[in-house]
Design a protein around this ligand. Structure first.
Ligand SMILES: [Fe+2]
Length: 371
């Protein structure tokens, strides 16, 4: 059996002003965002809302400690709606504040505390990558356990995913690149996932086409061209989110986690390091099958022969963001074993979505190739 769901309403507006006025954002709302975003887009428009600036609570990827610190500050505040405006870090944490009980957050992730939805949740992405506005997943680093954990329950779905291209206007090129590559990986991994359906595939294919043709335009016209493509990339990222929210991601995400956790490489960049290594291995292991359909699509978009698709893809991506080998992040050769162990032990949820089975030896081999 395969199932496809799309829970949040998707709201498309041009500007933050239109959003604030149409949805009456103000008293009774808890806005979770960055100081930069709030000052640039909302300060002059919003009156009476409670505002949480995420970086007051820590740097880097979202963690249980950051969630607990925010909780201590807001636990006595009354609010009816959570408005999350940001990238993955903000969205992953903000989703939890729409629940009746947030703390101890580790108990929530261990399913000791049930997830009960208590507030309306509005999510406004400011990057074109996570797709988190349409998924029901929150991923936190659990500091004491030195690992990342995911909570995936229907109660974490937003009520509204609000897409405003204006919010991406000052996204630096590097974040544009890493976040959109993350979206491309969501689209490609979910396309090959055994959980993919004919419906989720439509979203994957559309996202792949929009992102790669956008990259081709950026390569031809220069970095500034992305400014005219922000709406396309924002929509493509949401398409990819819908696809992976239903079909799941696989080995690229699984294998990128140790790099993110140990060396704090941002999520999109860590995925990029692993990306083509996994797909080239899939092709070697199981050239006949669904990957043929994916490669046919890539052949058309990249205007190349079937056997060249992953080299051509890498060439295109390298013009958007230069890929680095693992050792340049400080990873030692010896660590590749512990990375492999960690993937095999802790990432079974993702590894179950692989196009073809990747054994421990194969995972180790991919890390070695990317070293
Ligand atoms: Fe991702």
């Amino acid at each position: 059996m395969k199932q496809f769901s799309l829970v949040p309403d998707i709201v498309l507006v041009e500007t933050c002003r239109e959003f604030v006025e149409t949805l009456g954002i103000g008293a009774g709302d808890l806005i979770i965002t960055s100081e930069h975003t709030y000052t640039a887009y909302f300060k002059d428009l919003v009156k009476g809302a409670e505002v949480v600036f995420i970086r007051k609570y820590g740097q880097g990827e979202p963690s249980d400690e950051m969630v607990e610190a925010i909780y201590r500050d807001i636990k006595d505040i009354q609010y009816n709606r959570v408005v999350a405006v940001g990238g993955g870090t903000i969205i992953d944490m903000a989703k939890l504040f729409a629940l009746a009980t947030v703390s101890p957050v580790v108990d929530l992730f261990d399913h000791v505390i049930p997830a009960v939805k208590a507030k309306e949740l509005l999510i406004l992405p400011t990057t074109c990558g996570t797709g988190s506005e349409v998924t029901n997943i929150s991923i936190l680093e659990i500091k004491a356990r030195h690992t990342k954990m995911g909570l995936s329950v229907p109660e974490l779905f937003a009520d509204k995913a609000v897409l405003i291209p204006e919010l991406l206007a000052d996204l630096p090129f590097r974040f544009f690149a890493t976040s959109s590559i993350d979206a491309l990986v969501h689209a490609m991994e979910s396309y090959l996932s055994p959980k993919a359906s004919l419906i989720s595939e439509v979203f994957s294919v559309q996202a792949i086409e929009m992102i790669l043709s956008g990259y081709q335009k950026v390569v031809r016209g220069g970095e500034v061209v992305r400014k005219s493509l922000l709406n396309d990339f924002l929509i493509a990222s949401t398409y990819a989110g819908i696809a992976f929210g239903n079909a799941g991601c696989g080995a690229v995400h699984a294998m990128s986690y140790p790099l993110g956790a140990v060396y704090h490489v941002p999520h999109g960049e860590a995925n990029y390091v692993i990306f083509t290594g996994v797909f080239k291995t899939y092709l070697k292991l199981k050239p006949m099958g669904k990957i043929e359909k994916l490669n046919s699509l890539l052949t058309i978009i990249l205007d190349c022969k079937q056997e060249q698709v992953y080299d051509e893809l890498e060439k295109l991506l390298n013009q958007i963001l230069q890929k680095k080998p693992l050792h340049e992040y400080g990873v030692s050769k010896e660590e590749l074993r512990s990375f492999t162990e960690s993937v095999m032990k802790k990432q079974g949820r993702l590894m179950a979505n692989n196009y073809t089975e990747l054994t421990k030896d194969m995972v180790f081999e991919i890390y070695n190739q990317l070293y």
